[in-house]
Design a protein around this ligand. Sequence first.
Ligand code: GDP
Length: 338
Amino acid sequence: MPTGSLSSAGCSKMPEAPIFDLAGKRVWVAGHRGLVGSALVRRLARERCEVLTAGRDVADLRRRDDVDALYASLRPDVVILAAARVGGILANNSFPVDFLHDNLAIANNVIAGAAESGVEKLLFLGSSCIYPREAPQPIREEALLSAPLEPTNEWYAVAKIAGLKLCQAYRRQYGCDFISAMPTNLYGPGDNFDIASAHVIPGLLAKVRKAMEDDARTIEVWGTGRPRREFLYVDDLADALVHLLRHYSDEPPINVGTGSEVTIADLAWTICEAAGYSGGLQFDTSRPDGTMRKLLDVSRLHGLGWRAGTSLRDGIARTWLWYLDAHDSVVRDARVTA
Ligand code: GDP
């Protein structure tokens, strides 16, 4: 930790009023090729700021030297830390060092580098998996560190908790305006559509596409269909993050979600309808349901004046069209020529 090298003038003081103006600012989106980072780049294009990006070929964020050199060349005023090593349950269990070490290193390098190079505002992105497995639902921000984590993703969660704590520590010790946001389950353009490793929305969209191509009468839905989940369209997340940059400046992390949930069975029917698939669902109960409920309490976010604007039906329809375009599917060709 570079505690000795950081003068009290190293990073900007918290503003008197919690309003931050993005106009004319140089904004570095770390992780701009990912699901969240690419949505942020789309959203920031509507602001009067300059968006800065740097690919993996330019800097390995796990290396402090690379990150320092990047700060020297980009000279950002604002940093949004959306870069992370991410993956599902299988990857987390198989590569614990990668998930713990890489995410700790990225958070440490980018956050410490921001403080030392005089960044005015930093937004760190975590995940709802930082909360205890048995946290009361809907999950409030106060649930952080109140009970044990879900063991299957604790490597990732511990690194994300350390990242948000580092932001809090820089606020307390040096007055840096560093904040953290914890998004719920995300989906949208740029997601991972590989059936074996995808989350449920892109996984089911990929299954629907295959069923339409093969003229199959059903798609397979894992588990009982009874678990409930909250889903946020990634462009809504990007909009919420811009809102938080402007209006939030405090220690606690802020949950970002819709505040509503849906059963997996209802989600699967919505996906079939949005994609125009008239087949049925086949539940494979030999597959795990996972946790039965995961809903964030978003009262703080609502109190700050932001609410999600995209319905699940619309978000899925947009994601479906993006997926067909991106994968140049024969389904789209059939749809266009029909
Ligand atoms: P989770 O929210 O961490 O459990 O992650 P997922 O998005 O992978 O799974 C959410 C729920 O959807 C679980 O109950 C899964 O069993 C269920 N599910 C149903 N069909 C699928 C599918 O095709 N892919 C995935 N990933 N989950 C599915």
